[in-house]
Design a protein around this ligand. Structure first.
Ligand code: SF4
Length: 118
């Protein structure tokens, strides 16, 4: 997370700061926690990053494509557009370019950051 040199504030409970930062946003606290590096956690612990600053960072995460931890298939994705000419091939309405010329195979497993549940 970008930031400057800020004097220490009161010691903070990192979990409490993260929960307050994502309150009312679509960002899960786990997503925010995963996006922070060790230095960010130290900054929060020492009160050098406010809840408002962490919240501003959290709000940017909603716009980041995040790779799902589990492999997904196009067949289970709302963006999948099945071909009328083949039972297992299709295209992606989210703009993912298939690796092969034929299109996306519906049951191939991939860590696609654009996958969305229908
Ligand atoms: S967004 Fe990803 S998972 Fe969904 S159809 Fe496109 S390539 Fe497949």
């Amino acid at each position: 997370m970008p930031g400057g040199t800020v004097p220490d504030g009161a010691a903070q409970d990192v979990d409490a700061v993260l929960h307050r930062a994502v309150a009312g946003t679509p960002v899960a606290v786990e997503t925010l926690r995963a996006a922070l590096d060790d230095d960010d956690v130290v900054e929060i612990t020492h009160g050098r990053l406010s809840v408002a600053e962490v919240r501003a960072f959290a709000e940017t995460l909603d716009q980041w494509p995040v790779e799902p931890p589990e492999a997904v298939t196009c067949a289970t994705c709302t963006h999948y557009r099945r071909s009328e000419h083949h039972p297992h091939l299709g295209t992606c309405a989210a703009g993912v370019i298939p690796g092969g010329a034929a299109g996306l195979w519906d049951t191939d497993r991939r860590h696609c950051p654009h996958w969305r549940q229908p």
